[in-house]
Design a protein around this ligand. Structure first.
Ligand code: PHE
Length: 454
């Protein structure tokens, strides 16, 4: 029998936890490299556009389900489905979210492990021109990668096992201020040591030539991932919200902070990279190869700034990882009435296995393609980020827009303006399902079968 979940014991806990969740590798590792790959300014503008028009509405829908359902992602959806005379099968949204969160946990820990490793590498000093070779060597080392991700994974498991107040809230209170100080410090340093004007223009200038369907898809996928939508995290955190907190306002704060940090990460990385003569379009090795080369060029000061940069990434990743684990831990502990420690241990075992598969994709199974995808790491990333995430997002949008229409109580939502309320429901009912499914279909046809329409 599903039990009700606990509650945060204060009004800032949700804001801190959801911001800690949203701001992660997606912002500092993902956003700058995707902006770099997709021509800079146009990607950034599309990103912001989708955050406002689709991301925020679906974000609110997810938090709403959690806050009203007051339980883990699966039980919350079941409760609301029952109350609205809908089929219990809507709970597939909850299960889909949990599945996505476990797979993400599996590969996320591996990238975070890389980050920790790079903190030490940059501290020990890197010769100019050596970054590429270091990356190749590190990637090839199965056991070393396993060691780094294990430290990260079990560290975040420890926090989650301690519960939502003594574990998550307490950790976020410490991690988030640190994260913001580090981001601003990095932007400040980039402005002094790099070419700030070039970075700014790279981030915001309009390069229409680089526009393609892929740019739209990348911007939407990135927006949803970065806001932690579609993995049950926001439902779980929403369920712990105190009753007087309003979904609309809290969501807007978190989404604004998340977008702000993504832009700041761009402003930390681009001025430095461009200022020292590197192009920021290296793809997903931007923060590992390009930035390591940047720190090498900076000489001894690089041995100080480099570790600071990777520490920032590690802090951001850690607070997100905690939130990635929460939906499944909440589900297990509530559904099967087990202690959080036991539930966390089971989830740790599952994630450890998934992370091993993800590590192997970098080395021992590097050549083992999964269909059209290069290796197991890419396959996990694809299945969670590009396949499941938009599906669950669409499911939540339809569920709230169509099935819960009569139950959208404003005490929980706090949308005072009638026109805004109608707009929100309209987006959930029509705009986001149609648009997300269109993008989902086009994207998957392209990735899986190489079929391109425009
Ligand atoms: N939003 C996080 C990031 O940007 C990742 C994340 C996804 C966290 C899903 C929780 C749930 O890195």
């Amino acid at each position: 029998m599903a039990a009700n979940s606990g509650q945060w014991n204060n009004n800032t806990a949700f804001l801190l936890a959801a911001t800690g969740s949203a701001v992660g590798l997606g912002n500092i590792w993902g956003f700058p490299y995707k902006a770099g790959e997709n021509g800079g300014g146009l990607f950034v503008l599309l990103y912001i556009f989708f955050v406002i028009t689709l991301g925020l509405p679906v974000f609110m829908a997810e938090v709403f389900i959690g806050k009203k359902g007051k339980s883990n992602p699966v039980s919350s959806v079941e409760t609301l489905a029952k109350a609205s005379n809908s089929s219990k099968s809507w709970n597939i949204i909850g299960y889909g979210g949990i599945l996505a969160s476990l797979i993400i946990a599996g590969y996320y820990a591996v990238i975070a492990g890389f980050v920790i490793n790079y903190g030490f590498i940059s501290a020990s000093g890197v010769d100019v021109g050596a970054a590429e070779a270091i990356y190749t060597a590190e990637k090839a080392n199965f056991w070393e990668m396993t060691m780094w991700f294990s430290i990260f994974l079990f560290g975040s498991g420890f926090v989650v096992a301690n519960g939502i107040d003594k574990g998550i809230d307490k950790a976020m209170r410490f991690l988030l201020p640190m994260l913001f100080v580090l981001v601003f410090a990095m932007v400040g340093y980039g402005a002094i040591a790099g070419d700030f004007a070039a970075g700014l223009s790279y981030l915001f200038s309009w390069k229409a030539d680089d526009f393609s369907a892929g740019t739209i898809q990348a911007a939407i996928g990135q927006a949803f991932f970065s806001m932690s939508i579609g993995m049950g995290t926001l439902m779980a955190f929403g369920s712990y919200m105190p009753s007087d907190q309003k979904v609309s306002r809290a969501s807007s704060v978190v989404v604004t902070a998340d977008t702000g940090v993504a832009l700041l990460a761009g402003l930390a990385i681009f001025p430095l990279a461009l200022g020292l003569g590197f192009s920021p379009n290296a793809g997903d090795t931007l923060v590992f190869v390009t930035m390591t080369e940047v720190f090498a060029q900076l000489g001894s000061i690089g041995q100080f700034v480099g570790p600071l940069f990777y520490f920032l990434l590690a802090v951001a990743a850690f607070s997100s990882m905690i939130s990635i684990l929460e939906p499944s831990v909440a589900f297990l502990s509530q559904k099967f009435s087990m202690t959080r420690v036991k539930a966390t241990s089971i989830i740790m075992a599952v994630c450890f296995g998934l992370s091993l598969v993800s590590v192997a994709g970098h080395n021992v199974w590097n050549d083992v393609a999964i269909g059209a995808l290069d290796n197991t790491f890419e396959a996990m990333k694809y299945f969670a980020d590009d396949f499941l995430l938009l599906l669950v997002g669409t499911g939540m949008s339809i569920f709230v827009g169509w099935r819960l229409q009569g139950a959208l109580d404003n005490d929980i939502l706090g949308i005072e303006n009638k026109a805004l309320m109608n707009l929100w429901v309209f987006i959930l009912k029509w705009v986001s399902p149609i648009f997300l499914m269109l993008i989902w279909t086009l994207g998957n046809l392209q990735i899986l079968f190489g079929i391109r329409f425009f």
